[in-house]
Design a protein around this ligand. Structure first.
Ligand code: BGC
Length: 735
C-alpha cells in the first residue's frame, strides 16, 4: 500500500494545506474547498450503498463520490450481508487518495447500533440500565472493533422519543424520556467519537463519527406503522422530541440523519425550518445532515416533489448535505446550480460540512484500514462488558420470592423458543455479530447444574409438560424474535407471539414454580402472564453473553439492575401511555370519576410505570429534604435529598429518580417529567443518600411563541423508585 500524501508531516504539503495537521480544522476545510470544482463538491454529497473498486473506479477517480454505506439487508428481518471486506475499502481509498485530483478519501459508514462483532443488548435494553458510563464503554468498544474493520462512521445513536410500542423501532431507541435518552445518547456519542480522550482536533484511531437519528418526530408515526405520517406541533417537538438531539449535538455529535416521515405535512428531507433554521441555525450545528436511505428520492412518493430533480432541489435547500443512495444529488445538483435554481452557496455549505467531518474524523491522516487486527471473536474483556451490560439491562417486573433460585434448587428446566438460540438473542440491527459467538442459556445452565439441568429444545412441544413434571423449577424463555421488532416491523397486538401464552397456562397448571423470562424489543402487554408466573424478568434482546448473564442473575450472583425506559401499557387500547402525558381540563383523579378521560371498560393506568424495576432486595425511602423551598430564577438552585435504606437481606442497586412538574406555565407541561436520577449500591441494612441539585433550567420550556423561558412560580418535586410513587414537595421559582 502506498503512503497517503500528508502522512509524511506538514512540511511536505506546502501546496495541499488541507493535509497539514498543524493548521486549524477550518483553515484546512477552506483550503480544500477553494480548490474544488462544482462537480467535486457535488461528488462529496453523493453516498452509494456499496462500492466496487473496479466497477466504480472512474467515479472514484473523478471525485464523484464522497461516502459509502457498507450496506446490508439487515432491515425488516432480511438476510444479513457477508460483512465488511477491508481489502475493498483499501482498494477504493487507494484510487481516491492516489488517483483523484484532490485525493479526498471516502468515508465508510455502517450501522453499528449496539455493538459490532461483540453484540451488546439492544439500545432499549441498554437504556434500561440507566447507566451513562456503561453506555459509553459499550460504544467505545464497538467503535474500536468497527474501526479495525474500516468503519469510520456509524448511524447511531437513535434518539427518537419512543412511546409507541406497536412501532418496531422502539427497540433501537433509548426510551421515552428526553433526559434519559439525551444523557445516554450523549454518552454513546462520546463513546463512539472518543472526542474527550485528548486526541486533539482529529478523532483518534479507534474512534468513529456518530449520527443522531432520526431527526425528528419519527417515534410518533401514526398507528405505530413504520414510515407513516407524523402529526405534531412545534411546541411538543421542542419540549420533548428535539431535546435528546440537542443533547447529542452539544456532546459534539458529528452528524444527524433526517427522518423518513413528514411532520405536519412537511417531509423531513424537505424541512428547511427544522433542519436549516433550528438545527443548523439556532443550535449552531456545524456537522453533516445525512439523508436516510433514499429519503430524498422518497420525496416523490410523499407527493411533494415531481421527480428526482425537484427532490434534489428541495433537499439541498432544506439542509440535507449527503444524499444516501437516491442518486438525486449526483444526477441533478450541478445542473440545478448552473441553471440558477439552486444557489452555489447551498452546495458549498454541504461540501464544507462534509470536508470538515472527514478532517475531524482523521481520514486524511488515516485513509487506509491496513491488515485487519481485530479479535476474530469477542475476547475476555469484551465478553465481560457484554455480560455486565446484559445483566444491568434486565428488568425484574414481578417476583414472589422465587428468585433468586437457591444454590441447589433441584432440577431446573429451561424451556421455550430462546433456550438454545444464537442470533435470535442479538436483537435487531446486528450486522457483524455471529450466532456462533453467543453463549446460550442452554450452555450456561448445563455449566451451572450439570445433571440437574433439563434443557428442552422442543420449542414448547407436548413433551414440555413431561419435563415440567420432572423438574423442581421451570424457567420459560418466551417473547418475540428480533424479526418482530426493528425497522418495518410494526404489530397491532403487543401480547406474546401466538401460542406462547397457551403453553405457559399449561405449565402453570401443573403447579410448580414458574419463572418467565421475556425476550423483547418493545414493551409488551403481559396481562395474564403476570398471574401465571412466580417471577417475570424482561431480558430484551441481550446480546452475545445472554446465557451467562441470565443464569448468573437467576441464581443471584448478580441482581437485576434495570428499570423500564418505556412505560408498559395495560393494552394496545391504552396507547399512548407514557410520562409525556400533560394535564387536561378534567383530570383523571380516580378510576370511578364519571366525567373524565377514563375508560369505561378498563383502568387507565399503565401496567408498569416508567422507571419500574425490582431487584433481590427492597428499599425504603425516607422523607424528602430540601435546602430551601425557593430558588431565584437567575442562578438559584435547591439541593434535594432522600435517604434510602436497603431494607432487605441482599446487596442491591437502587435507581433513585427525580421528577418535576411545573404547575403553571404558558403551555401545558407534563404531569411528571424525569429530571435526574442517581444510582445507589447498598448493602443490607445500610442507608444511602440520593442527592440532587435542582436548577431553574430544569423547569425551562418553549412557550406558545417558541421562546425558551423559565417562569417564576410553583413546581412539584418528586423523588421515588419509579414514575408512579415517591415523596413530593413544592418549590417556588422566585423572580
Ligand atoms: C434506517 C436508518 C439506517 C439506514 C442505513 C434506514 O433504513 O432508517 O436508521 O441508518 O437505513 O442502513
Amino acid at each position: 500500500m502506498t503512503t497517503p500524501p500528508g502522512s509524511t508531516g506538514p512540511n511536505g504539503n506546502a501546496d495541499r494545506l488541507w493535509l497539514r495537521t498543524d493548521l486549524p480544522v477550518e483553515a484546512r476545510v477552506e483550503a480544500l474547498l477553494a480548490e474544488m470544482t462544482l462537480a467535486e463538491k457535488v461528488g462529496q454529497t453523493h453516498q452509494s450503498a456499496n462500492i466496487d473498486p473496479v466497477a466504480d473506479a472512474e467515479l472514484i477517480r473523478g471525485g464523484g463520490i464522497g461516502s459509502s454505506l457498507l450496506a446490508s439487508g439487515a432491515t425488516a428481518g432480511n438476510e444479513r450481508d457477508a460483512g465488511i471486506r477491508v481489502s475493498t475499502i483499501d482498494a477504493v481509498q487507494q484510487i481516491a487518495v492516489e488517483e483523484s485530483r484532490l485525493g479526498i478519501p471516502l468515508l465508510f459508514a455502517r450501522d453499528v447500533i449496539h455493538g459490532h462483532r461483540t453484540v451488546f443488548p439492544i439500545p432499549l435494553g441498554l437504556a434500561a440500565a440507566w447507566d451513562e458510563d456503561l453506555v459509553f464503554r459499550t460504544a467505545r468498544l464497538a467503535a474500536a472493533e468497527a474501526s479495525l474493520d474500516g468503519v469510520a462512521w456509524t448511524f447511531a445513536p437513535m434518539l427518537d422519543i419512543s412511546e409507541e410500542p406497536r412501532w418496531g423501532r422502539v427497540a433501537e431507541s433509548l426510551g421515552e424520556a428526553p433526559v434519559l435518552a439525551g444523557r445516554l445518547g450523549a454518552a454513546m456519542v462520546r463513546g463512539f467519537q472518543g472526542d474527550d480522550l485528548g486526541e486533539g482536533d482529529g478523532r483518534g484511531a479507534g474512534s468513529i463519527s456518530a449520527c443522531a437519528k432520526h431527526f425528528v418526530g419519527y417515534g410518533l408515526v401514526a398507528g405505530g406503522r413504520d414510515y407513516e405520517t407524523v402529526q405534531v406541533g412545534e411546541n411538543t417537538l421542542r419540549n420533548l422530541h428535539l431535546r435528546p438531539f440537542r443533547a447529542a449535538v452539544e456532546a459534539g455529535c458529528a452528524t444527524v440523519m433526517a427522518a423518513f416521515t413528514d411532520v405536519d405535512g412537511v417531509p423531513m428531507h424537505a424541512h428547511r425550518h427544522l433542519l436549516r433554521e433550528v438545527l443548523k441555525g439556532e443550535w449552531g450545528f456545524d456537522g453533516v445532515v445525512v439523508a436516510d436511505w433514499d429519503g430524498i428520492g422518497q420525496l416523490v412518493n410523499q407527493g411533494v416533489a415531481t421527480d428526482l430533480r425537484d427532490a434534489a432541489g428541495q433537499a439541498i435547500a432544506a439542509g440535507v448535505d449527503i444524499d444516501m443512495v437516491s442518486g438525486a444529488y449526483a444526477a441533478h445538483l450541478a445542473e440545478l446550480v448552473e441553471s440558477g435554481e439552486v444557489p452555489l452557496d447551498l452546495v458549498d455549505d454541504a461540501a464544507r460540512r462534509i470536508i470538515r467531518l472527514k478532517i475531524r474524523q482523521g481520514l486524511f491522516e488515516r485513509p487506509y484500514v491496513g491488515a485487519a487486527t481485530a479479535e476474530p471473536a469477542p475476547g475476555p474483556e469484551a465478553r465481560a462488558l457484554a455480560r455486565e451490560a446484559a445483566a444491568e439491562s434486565f428488568v425484574l417486573l414481578t417476583n414472589n420470592s422465587t428468585l433468586p433460585l437457591a444454590p441447589n434448587p433441584g432440577r431446573v428446566l429451561l424451556t421455550g423458543p430462546f433456550v438454545d438460540e444464537g442470533e435470535a438473542l442479538f436483537g435487531t440491527w446486528t450486522l457483524d455479530g455471529r450466532g456462533e459467538d453467543v453463549a446460550s442459556p442452554a450452555a450456561a445452565i448445563r455449566d451451572r447444574l450439570q445433571d440437574n439441568a433439563i434443557v428442552d429444545n422442543g420449542r414448547f412441544s407436548d413433551r414440555t409438560l413431561h419435563l415440567v413434571r420432572q423438574a423442581d423449577v421451570t424457567v420459560a424463555l418466551v417473547g418475540e424474535h428480533p424479526s418482530r421488532s426493528g425497522e418495518a416491523n410494526s404489530i397491532t397486538g403487543i401480547g406474546l407471539p401466538a401460542g406462547q401464552l397457551e403453553v405457559l397456562r399449561a405449565i402453570a397448571a401443573i403447579g410448580k414454580p414458574l419463572v418467565v423470562i421475556v425476550f423483547t424489543g418493545r414493551p409488551l402487554d403481559l396481562g395474564e402472564v403476570l398471574d401465571l408466573a412466580d417471577a417475570v424478568l424482561i431480558a430484551w434482546h441481550p446480546g452475545v453473553e445472554a446465557g451467562p448473564a441470565l443464569i448468573e442473575t437467576l441464581f443471584g450472583d448478580r441482581a437485576p439492575g434495570g428499570r423500564l425506559p418505556m412505560t408498559f401499557p395495560r393494552s394496545v387500547g391504552h396507547l399512548p401511555s407514557s410520562t409525556a402525558a400533560r394535564p387536561t381540563g378534567r383530570p383523571i383523579a380516580a378510576a370511578d370519576d364519571p366525567v373524565t378521560g377514563r375508560y369505561l371498560d378498563a383502568l387507565v393506568w399503565p401496567r408498569f410505570p416508567f422507571g419500574w424495576g425490582l431487584t433481590y432486595t427492597t428499599f425504603s425511602y425516607g422523607p424528602i429534604r430540601l435546602s430551601s423551598n425557593e430558588m431565584p430564577v437567575n442562578g438559584g438552585s435547591i439541593e434535594v435529598s432522600v435517604d434510602v435504606t436497603n431494607s432487605g437481606t441482599r446487596p442491591g442497586r437502587e435507581v433513585v429518580q427525580l421528577y418535576l412538574r411545573d404547575l403553571v406555565a404558558d403551555v401545558t407541561r407534563p404531569l411528571l417529567e424525569l429530571a435526574d436520577w442517581v444510582s445507589l449500591e447498598l448493602d443490607p441494612g445500610t442507608i444511602g443518600t440520593a442527592a440532587f441539585r435542582i436548577t431553574p433550567a430544569q423547569l425551562s420550556y418553549y412557550d406558545r411563541t417558541m421562546t425558551h423561558r423559565i417562569d417564576p412560580g410553583e413546581a412539584v418535586v418528586t423523588v421515588g423508585p419509579d414514575a408512579s410513587s415517591g415523596a413530593s414537595a413544592r418549590i417556588t421559582v422566585t423572580q
